[in-house]
Design a protein around this ligand. Structure first.
Ligand code: FES
Length: 102
């Protein structure tokens, strides 16, 4: 495990997503009612940042062609996307959200 600091808990309000970059990897950090999840930030369909998309009901809608991913599992659920997103384990330590990049 290689836990890295990703953001402060207060940086990501519930129901929102934030772009982060660690070790040159673009990541998206989601806060679903106080529970945090992380995925790769680039859509698997084409080059779009999912952190610029619309988050609702635990799904992120890609801003480019409206593909939908489940942010808990990374599963591609509808639209033109058919390749799942890579997900990363996260945990909260005090005021920080940590991500495991392994
Ligand atoms: S780039 Fe995300 S759905 Fe096309």
């Amino acid at each position: 495990m290689a836990w890295k600091a990703m953001a402060r808990v207060t940086d990501v309000e519930p129901g929102t997503v934030k772009a982060c970059r660690i070790n040159d990897i673009p990541l998206a950090l989601y806060n679903l009612d106080g529970e945090f999840f992380a995925t790769h930030d680039i859509c698997t369909h084409a080059h779009a940042c999912l952190s610029d998309g619309y988050l609702e009901d635990g799904r992120i809608e890609c801003p480019l062609h409206q593909g939908l991913f489940d942010v808990r599992t990374g599963k591609a659920v509808s639209g033109p996307v058919d390749v799942d997103l890579k997900t990363f384990a996260v945990r909260v330590d005090g005021d920080e959200v940590l991500v495991d990049l392994d």
